[in-house]
Design a protein around this ligand. Structure first.
Ligand SMILES: [Zn+2]
Ligand SMILES: [Zn+2]
Length: 343
């Protein structure tokens, strides 16, 4: 029988449609992936085309005498700009703030054909350290309220440029969705005196059925009321409200866990399109006891349709417990070693 499940953190309901349940392997991406060259002369993110992008705000390594591993620059077509002052206008029923904000592009590698799922862990750690450097720097700007870091992989995930990159958008306002999640977490803390995410993690670790992997500092799991097949969360085991609180050794561990999660999806579901995003406390709420940051990976295997748009409720056709079991069985290390042996 199908089941309606409530998301503990958001209180949103999800239909887990086991009646029309699909086996996890049936969800694999069926589109032929085209062969991508490691260098594309017309790509603005490929080495040699640096002049086609706005000036860098960060480059790894910092010396311009050696080739770069990663670059950060403002989005050329930025939705929001940093060099304007945020001015709030309220006129009768209409309110607005002018287009102040930060919109960074993080080019993750000079290799046009590279995918994060197959990168060495140390490269992924370097990208995460860039996220943290930019997160820390932008958090200090008192005009910023919310920082969202995300990656879009593939056309169904909204990528407009093929070259591997991620983005950071910082806004002077907090979205209603984030505000409501925050208020749910605060309410739980007021009622029970503990972080709702720490409680949920403790229960999931006891039950084990939705756990994909556990490391020294992180837990990878399929949420109980997951709104989409294979939607996967990576939580720090230590209570931390903000991504900015993560330590150097935790970044290295997160890189391993993120890379292996992406590799399980890549090998298990034939390189599906996906988004990932870091959900962190708003800049004004660093260090609070009631919110817990996490990284959310959402493979784009299904489309949002009328019911979702009309009700705000999602239908998930893969049981989260079955998705976790499927991902646990994708032996990433064996597959990587086999790929190395072929080369
Ligand atoms: Zn490129
Ligand atoms: Zn917590």
């Amino acid at each position: 029988m199908s089941e309606l499940r409530q998301n503990f953190a958001t209180k949103e309901w999800v239909v887990i449609a086991t009646e029309r349940a699909r086996r996890p392997e049936e969800m694999a991406n069926r589109r032929e992936r085209k062969v991508v060259a490691p260098f594309v002369a017309s790509c603005p993110f490929c080495p040699g085309n640096e002049k086609l992008t706005p000036p860098e705000v960060l480059r790894i390594p910092t010396s311009t005498d050696v080739p770069w591993h990663a670059r950060v620059f403002p989005n050329k077509f930025a939705a929001l700009l940093r060099d304007v002052q945020p001015t709030r206008t309220v006129h009768r029923s209409r309110r607005s703030v002018n287009g102040f904000g930060v919109h960074d592009v993080i080019v993750e590698t000079p290799d046009h054909a590279q995918v994060m799922a197959l990168m060495p862990d140390s490269y992924v750690a370097e990208i995460l350290r860039i996220y943290k450097t930019r997160y820390d720097e932008i958090s200090l700007d008192p005009r910023i309220a919310l920082i969202t870091i995300f990656k879009n992989h593939g056309a169904d995930a909204g990528t407009s440029l093929e070259h591997p990159h991620s983005q950071l958008i910082a806004t002077p306002v907090i979205s209603l969705q984030v505000r409501e999640r925050f208020q749910q977490a605060l309410r739980h803390y007021d009622d029970y005196g503990e972080c709702m995410f720490c409680q949920m993690l403790g229960e999931e670790l006891e039950e084990q059925t939705r756990i994909v992997a556990v490391s020294e500092h992180f837990v990878v799991l399929e949420p109980y009321a997951s709104s989409a097949p294979f939607s996967t969360h990576i939580y720090p085991r230590r209570h931390m409200a903000s991504f900015g609180d993560v330590s150097g050794s935790e970044i290295n561990d997160l890189a391993r866990m993120l890379r292996s999660t992406l590799a399980q999806l890549y090998h298990g579901l034939a390189d599906p399109d996906f988004n990932f995003t870091i959900r962190s406390a708003p800049a004004e709420s660093v260090g609070v006891k009631y919110f817990h940051w996490y990284l959310s990976v959402i493979p784009r295997l299904t489309r949002v349709a009328g019911f979702e748009l009309g009700s705000g409720m999602f239908i998930n056709t893969v049981l989260p417990e079955a998705a976790a079991e499927f991902l646990r069985k994708v032996d990433v290390d064996a597959l990587s070693n086999a790929a190395c042996a072929k080369v």
